[in-house]
Design a protein around this ligand. Structure first.
Ligand code: 9MR
Length: 473
């Protein structure tokens, strides 16, 4: 067991809470992910953007590629800190999950589910039926009933596996052409017009709790394609075909955000479905000029604002984190700079623009107090766990006396604390300095820890802190 320094307040240690040095093997892995959520932003000094989104009842998502998180610590830290929703960039697609007929492979998809769970993120399922990344065996089917069976079995296999755990599914992706006609995919050619509604009905039966979405690109403004989708949604609603949401990919070219974007989102919302910006990126011809970066920032902010002003818009998902891994240069050579984070994780003006459109707070902006928090689960046993917190002074003036506040998970109670003065009021926990750790000089930090009872819940790495009333991450 770790050696504790001065024991202050809450001396009533319960014997039951005696700590084993290690988590018991049968316990769930520690919620390490939220550690990064509590670290300062990479490339900016705003609070986690997921927190700003949450205040508006929305989520901020990103397209996630687990192999990148496994090799790039900054990507992973941003993924954990900034986002409250995860879309699988590739791992939940048909070719990834059913490469051979009837043989499902869920390794990558499962990895995404556990990453999201560890980071308290929702999962947006992408995509059950799509003409691209459709395995060759499925594309080669020519018999209508056989294709229907393959499609329905696929939907049941994937949506069924994650039943109850997916916020929303892109049931059908990219089924229309620019002129509003149906895309002449194998799906369309072999099954005829009814395949889309059949896919939705099958998905509803496979996971009745997931919201079911239609998703497409170049539908961001009012045009022939978005109107065709609009008419389909209207028809589905009228006939009781289960559809709950429409995703607007919003893969834009800088300077070309349609003026009718908000009006278009609103007309879909008015049909009684949720809308979401599902794959936002805005590409620029390289090298990106200052002027292009300004327009880029304005458009990023405008898209977020448009969603934020529509109550049925559930949020914005960006298609990646850093330009380094964007799909854009492979498809459009000479173009990129599409995401808010550059190759080296510095940020473009778009990041601030998005943050401001969400009403994100800057760390320490109003009092000059600039602090950083690291909070992690330490010892962890069946009935309780230890939280270790470090407050760092990241500013240029000393912090002379401090009170940290945070919220404990429902039902959990403070038991014992060290190196601070602890009070719990409801689920709100306040910790003030002791005489020996009152002053935090610039560049220095203080640490303290405490035990909480679990009351049948699991250990949770805390997030959302204030120090002296100031948001601190
Ligand atoms: O970003 C994805 C890229 O890694 C894949 O190679 C590509 C293959 O089709 O799909 C990309 O994601 C697409 C998404 O699934 C659907 N809308 C368009 C996205 C960009 O092509």
């Amino acid at each position: 067991m770790r050696k504790r320094t001065a024991l202050v307040a809450f001396a009533a240690t319960l014997t039951l809470l005696a700590q084993p040095a290690q988590a018991l093997p049968q316990e769930a892995p520690l919620a390490q992910a939220s550690l990064a959520a509590a670290t300062p932003g990479i490339g900016h000094d705003y609070e986690p953007l997921r927190d700003a989104a949450a205040r508006s009842g929305k989520t901020f998502g990103f397209a996630y590629a687990p192999h990148i998180a496994n090799s790039d610590a900054k990507y992973k830290a941003i993924a954990q800190r900034e986002f409250s929703m995860v879309t699988a960039e590739n791992n939940m697609k048909w070719d990834a999950t059913e490469p051979r007929r009837g043989q499902f492979t869920f390794n990558g998809a499962d990895e995404i589910m556990s990453f999201a769970a560890a980071n308290n993120q929702k999962v947006y399922g992408h995509a059950l039926v799509w003409h691209a990344q459709m395995p060759a065996w499925a594309k080669s089917i020519t018999n209508r009933d056989d294709m229907r069976k393959a499609m329905n079995d696929h939907i049941k296999g994937v949506a069924g596996r994650y039943k109850g755990k997916i916020e929303a599914w892109d049931v059908v992706n990219e089924a229309f052409e620019w002129d509003g006609s149906r895309r002449p995919s194998e799906l369309q050619k072999v099954m005829g017009n009814s395949w889309i509604e059949e896919a939705f009905r099958t998905a509803r039966a496979a996971d009745p709790n997931a919201k079911l979405c239609y998703n497409d690109y170049s539908t961001d403004g009012i045009n022939s394609k978005s109107t065709a989708v609009y008419n389909m949604v209207k028809d589905f609603k009228a006939r009781g075909v289960p559809i709950d949401c429409v995703g607007f990919q919003t893969h834009l070219i800088v300077g070309q955000l349609p003026a009718s974007n908000k009006q278009n989102l609103q007309r879909f919302a008015d049909l009684g479905v949720d809308v979401r910006i599902t794959e936002l990126d805005i590409r620029i011809q390289l090298p990106a000029s200052q002027q292009a970066l300004q327009t880029h920032a304005t458009e990023y902010g405008q898209v977020v604002k448009n969603c934020w002003e529509i109550s049925r818009c559930t949020g914005v998902t960006i298609w990646g984190i850093s330009d380094k891994y964007s799909w854009i240069p492979q498809v459009s050579p000479g173009w990129n700079a599409a995401l808010p984070w550059n190759d080296n994780y510095s940020t473009k003006p778009a990041l601030a623009s998005v943050a401001n459109a969400m009403g994100a707070k800057k760390n320490g902006s109003s009092t000059g107090l600039v602090c950083g928090i690291s909070a992690k689960v330490g010892a962890n046993w069946s009935t309780g766990y230890t939280t270790d917190i470090v407050i760092a002074n990241k500013g240029t003036t000393p912090i002379d006396g401090w009170t940290l506040q945070t919220t404990l998970p429902d039902g959990q109670k403070l038991a014992t604390g060290w190196s601070g003065q602890f009070t719990q009021n409801g689920q709100r926990l306040s910790v003030s300095n002791t005489s020996f750790n009152k002053t935090i000089k610039p560049g220095e930090s203080v640490s303290f820890n405490f035990n909480t009872t679990k009351n049948g819940n699991s250990s949770t790495a805390l997030r959302n802190f204030t120090v002296n009333g100031q948001q601190c991450t």
